[in-house]
Design a protein. Structure first.
Lengths: 346, 302, 360
């Protein structure tokens, strides 16, 4: 046990240094690119570091940004362990938000003790069901889950839009399509008088459960068996199809929680543009992290930092926010290029 | 349904479906060689931005198309290097490419936001529009779209090169045994795919909207990926698919103009639902439509 | 081991360099730092352009004023982040220029009582939060007059981005204006579903023209694509949001409506500097926050006179939404003797008689 611990830390620190080096190379190259374009990235980097680490608000923003990423990363990582590819985090997030909103509208007059747990469950179920469909299709060998989850990502926001333009249109602001504001009892509480909200706790709990389940339960053991060799697992009597369905449902549910947190804590209502690509970013986080729980924590934090750099670049250097995608992609490209051949990833 | 509506829908579907067709046949080429490129959206965006920028700088839209094609090829070759040369995971690399395309296109397009360009001129076949109707006259990329699809079909199914490429996509080990070089063929396939993807993006910015806006492809790259499956990896079927999707997109707008009561959101769902339905139907009937080695990285023979 | 130390040293060195670079930028303290967020790009010949023009006018009028801007800020929690960042950079006045930024700006107003906020198009107010917009609906009436006179097919086309009450009100005023000079004029409406989807806008414009419209106008963020498409099909266009769009359609431009935010913004900035900021719900129309764009070459003098006369009436207080007003199913929505004022402009969920389309 102790030997495992030491090796674990060595592995983690080696990974961390590796990532840090890569990040620095990419940051440097990116800075060079920006300088060539006549901008001052160094100033932006400095501003970001100061804002993010030397400032309670800035750090809080980091955590707020990180929260949905942890959710969607787990949503991608969990199925990856049994060889399934879930790029549907985006859609599952929306459907979780949708079902949670439905619940809020129906249960408005109850107290927070009823509302919050109900919305949490509904958010989970909404996302879970949305992932279940591709799971069924995959289990029946009809459609590859990569494509089906991808397609469903497009349907979900349309469904949400339909409802907020139609049946759930807020009468108080009929001038703008959105659902009515959530009652206070339906809002997730914030922590420490900042924008950091209880969703972060949910996310960390999910991450913890993920780590626990995979490493310490029979469920996790069987999952890893399937991930290693499906045929062998089947021969051992593991019900692969059941695992496919259950695991995808849970994964979708976790992403759905991200959606529920967005509408309950951040937005306070159902709106059309809930996610600026959290689902896809989460997939990349999971992939970069090698689907390990600790890695997911670190990587989502790093992605959140990148996001803050993007904000700074935009405000102070007049660059479009999308440009930060170049930086992120650059880092990822370098990592992708360095992975040794044959290493088992996802 | 009056004739104005019908012609309007046809014209609109064609305009809408052209970029989808180019993107789809490009992706078919790549996937037939065994490589799935989720970053097609990024390639299209880079094509759109580069094409627009080049046109704004030179005033020549055809030059813009050429620039877009080149840019698409170049960026797709980066993807190719990572996936073929470094054996990186195709899905992760593809998604990264999508983000890269989002960012790079924003950077390229930014100085040209709001610039006015003349766009690709609408040409009339033989002095008339199609069927003598002046509404049905399009730019050169539209006219070349179907021939391009046929050309790709011919390349894939009637040439030795295509045969080798498909062999690589089905069984790379056997291909090596037959004396082929999988990586060379895959590079070529992805180069062609990048070219077509860049053109697809250029059509959007130079012909359909004649403008540039961040993220303007709005998911068309992913629709194209779904269309590949819809078309069963056959460029000829892709023609029908692209028209269908282009049609669904524009039908609801046409119906609105005619005064019909349709919810734009429900209508917008139709293409995706259609794809899903078709995929399920395909899956039901034939299991082996996809290239067998699609998505797997070929690491080499012992 | 040596390699690891080397890398560590490299990292430390880089970090030091970053921090050293910080003092390189020492700046003079400006009289005011203003932050502004736009939902789209300022080069859109439309809404964002008009906001930017207003801000530039304000910056020009107050020497030394520092302007922080962020474009393409979505109407989500992201905007709160961006505005927060601007406040951290010293902004004491924030312009949240798009409707959907309201809640987030309001949240920040609560946590930053010493920073002032002006939001465009909403209704929230507090001691440091004010609201402003143009009174667009009546201003569309003269546009309708222009369209009604210029059309030959008696079919007008209106592209709407998001069918909110204010937009529907614009369509209604437009049709009413057209009807007042041309009883046969009808307006067809196509909704694209978003404030800025260029491909859909082009297709929507084509759809309207296919159905016979020979004058096209719009309520979307940027009129550019629609005007260009109309120009390429040889039909007239009327612009909205910014009066600079005329250059897009040399042949087909009739006129347009634009916003002139400059004087208002300058006034607000000055009040912040002087410490006399008073939150207010400001709605100004033609002559103040709104202006009519120059006429295109194709517009004959008699039409120009008619349009300007109509605009004059609106400026003097003419309200087209005075009963009786029937909707396009025949029901009377505003009874005789009543009229809908500015506070009701967001409540439209019906189209007037003559508009072909469904509002709900």
């Amino acid at each position: 046990m102790q030997r495992d611990g030491a090796a674990f830390w060595r592995l983690l620190s080696a990974q961390a240094i590796g990532i840090a080096v890569v990040a620095l190379i990419a940051l440097g190259a990116f800075a060079a690119l920006l300088l060539a374009a006549g901008k001052n990235p160094l100033q932006a980097y400095v501003d970001t570091v100061v804002y993010v680490f030397g400032n309670a608000t800035g750090f809080a923003e980091l955590l707020v940004r990180m929260t949905p990423l942890v959710f969607t990363a787990v949503a991608a990582a969990l199925p990856a362990r049994i060889g399934l590819i879930n790029v549907g985090g985006e859609g599952q997030l929306y459907m979780g938000a949708w079902l949670a909103t439905a619940g809020e509208l129906a249960l408005q007059n109850h107290s927070a003790f009823v509302l919050l747990p109900a919305l949490t469950v509904l958010g989970f179920v909404g996302g879970g069901l949305w992932a279940l469909l591709p799971a069924i299709l995959r289990a029946l060998r009809l459609v590859n889950e990569t494509i089906s989850t991808l397609l469903l990502n497009y349907l979900a926001p349309l469904i949400v839009s339909y409802f907020i333009f139609g049946p759930w249109r807020s009468p108080e602001s009929s001038s703008y399509p959105e659902s009515p504001a959530f009652v206070d009892a339906a809002r997730l509480p914030t922590l420490f008088h900042s924008r950091v909200h209880a969703g972060l706790i949910y996310a960390l709990v999910c991450l913890g459960l993920y780590w626990l389940a995979l490493g310490r339960t029979r469920f996790g053991l069987q999952m890893r068996a399937i991930g290693g060799n499906v045929e062998a697992a089947r021969r051992l009597g593991i019900p692969v199809m059941s695992y496919t369905l259950v695991v995808m449902f849970i994964a979708g549910g976790v992403a759905g929680l991200a959606g529920m947190a967005e509408v309950s804590a951040i937005q306070g209502r159902l709106v059309a543009e809930l996610s600026p690509g959290y689902g896809y970013a989460g997939f990349l986080v999971a992939w970069l992290a090698g689907t390990g729980a600790g890695g997911i924590l670190v990587m989502s934090f790093l992605f959140a930092v990148l996001g803050s750099v993007g904000d700074m670049l935009q405000i102070t250097q007049n660059l479009p926010y999308a440009v930060i995608n170049i930086l992120m992609a650059g880092i990822l490209f370098i990592v992708l290029a360095r992975r040794p051949i044959g290493r088992a990833v996802s | 349904m009056n004739s104005a509506l019908l012609i309007g829908v046809v014209a609109s579907s064609v305009m809408s479906g052209t970029s989808l067709l180019y993107a789809t046949i490009g992706e078919i080429v790549g996937e037939r060689a065994g490589i799935v490129n989720l970053g097609l959206e990024g390639i299209m965006l880079i094509g759109a931005a580069t094409g627009f920028a080049a046109t704004a700088l030179t005033g020549d839209a055809y030059l813009g198309v050429a620039a877009a094609a080149l840019a698409g090829t170049a960026v797709n070759l980066i993807f190719a290097y990572l996936v073929i040369g470094r054996h990186a995971n195709q899905l992760a690399t593809g998604l990264t490419l999508m983000f890269f395309g989002l960012g790079l296109s924003a950077l390229i397009g930014r100085p040209f936001l709001g610039t006015l360009i003349a766009g690709l001129p609408k040409l009339r076949l033989l002095g008339l529009g199609i069927m003598g109707n002046p509404l049905l006259s399009f730019d050169v990329l539209v006219y070349l779209a179907v021939p391009a699809a046929v050309l790709v079909w011919w390349l894939l199914f009637r040439t030795t090169w295509g045969l080798g490429l498909r062999a690589v996509g089905e069984n790379p080990v056997a291909a090596v045994a037959a004396g082929l070089s999988p990586s060379r063929l895959q590079y070529q396939a992805l180069g062609l795919a990048g070219l077509l993807g860049g053109i697809a993006g250029a059509h959007l910015s130079l012909a359909v909207t004649m403008t540039w806006a961040e993220g303007m492809t709005a998911g068309r790259g992913f629709i194209a990926i779904a269309l590949v499956i819809f078309a069963k990896w056959n460029p000829l079927w892709a023609i029908a698919g692209a028209l269908l999707f282009g049609g669904a997109e524009s039908l609801q707008l046409q119906l609105q103009a005619a005064g019909a009561d349709v919810s734009p959101f429900i209508m917008n769902m139709v293409p995706y639902l259609l794809t899903l339905a078709v995929l399920i139907a395909w899956g039901w009937r034939s299991q082996g439509a996809a290239p067998a080695a699609l998505g797997r990285n070929f690491v080499g023979v012992e | 081991m040596a390699r690891k130390l080397f890398f560590l040293g490299l990292i430390l060195g880089a970090l030091t360099a970053f921090f050293a670079a910080a003092p390189l930028s020492a700046q003079q303290k400006p009289p005011l730092v203003v932050g502004a967020i736009f939902v789209g790009s300022v080069n859109d010949y439309g809404y964002n352009r008009s906001m930017k023009d207003g801000l530039d006018e304000m910056a020009h009028a107050i020497p030394g004023l520092k302007l922080l801007e962020a474009e393409n800020v979505p109407e989500t929690a992201e905007s709160e982040r961006i505005m927060e960042g601007m406040i951290q950079q010293g902004a004491k006045l924030i312009f949240a220029t798009s409707f959907g930024h309201q809640q987030f700006a309001f949240n920040l107003a609560k946590t930053h009582p010493d920073v002032y906020f002006e939001h465009a198009g909403g209704w929230m107010m507090s001691h440091n939060f004010g609201n402003f917009f143009g009174a667009t609906q009546s201003a569309w009436y003269p546009m309708g007059v222009a369209a009604g006179k210029m059309t030959k097919s008696n079919t007008l086309g209106f592209v709407v981005g998001v069918p909110i009450g204010y937009a529907i009100g614009n369509v209604n005023a437009f049709e009413m204006g057209a009807r007042s000079v041309n009883p046969k004029a009808v307006t067809r409406v196509v909704v694209t579903g978003g404030w800025s989807d260029k491909a859909k806008e082009a297709a929507a414009t084509n759809a309207l023209i296919d159905q016979g419209a020979d004058v096209v106008t719009m309520h979307v963020d940027s009129p550019a694509t629609i005007i260009q498409t109309a120009e390429s099909r040889g039909v007239y266009s009327i612009g909205f949001q910014s009066i600079t769009a005329a250059q897009l359609a040399p042949k087909g431009w009739i006129t347009g409506l634009g916003f002139t935010w400059g004087p208002f913004m300058t006034g607000i900035a000055k009040s912040v500097i002087a410490g006399t900021f008073k939150p207010a719900f400001v709605r100004e129309g033609l002559g103040q926050m709104m202006a009519i764009a120059p006429f295109g070459a194709a517009v004959p003098p008699d039409v120009r006179t008619l349009v300007m006369a109509s605009a004059d009436q609106v400026e003097k207080g003419f309200n087209p939404f005075t009963g009786p007003v029937t909707d396009n199913t025949g029901a009377v929505r505003i009874p005789a003797g009543q009229s809908w004022g500015g506070d009701k402009m967001g409540n439209f969920d019906w189209y007037v008689d003559g508009v072909i389309g469904k509002a709900k």
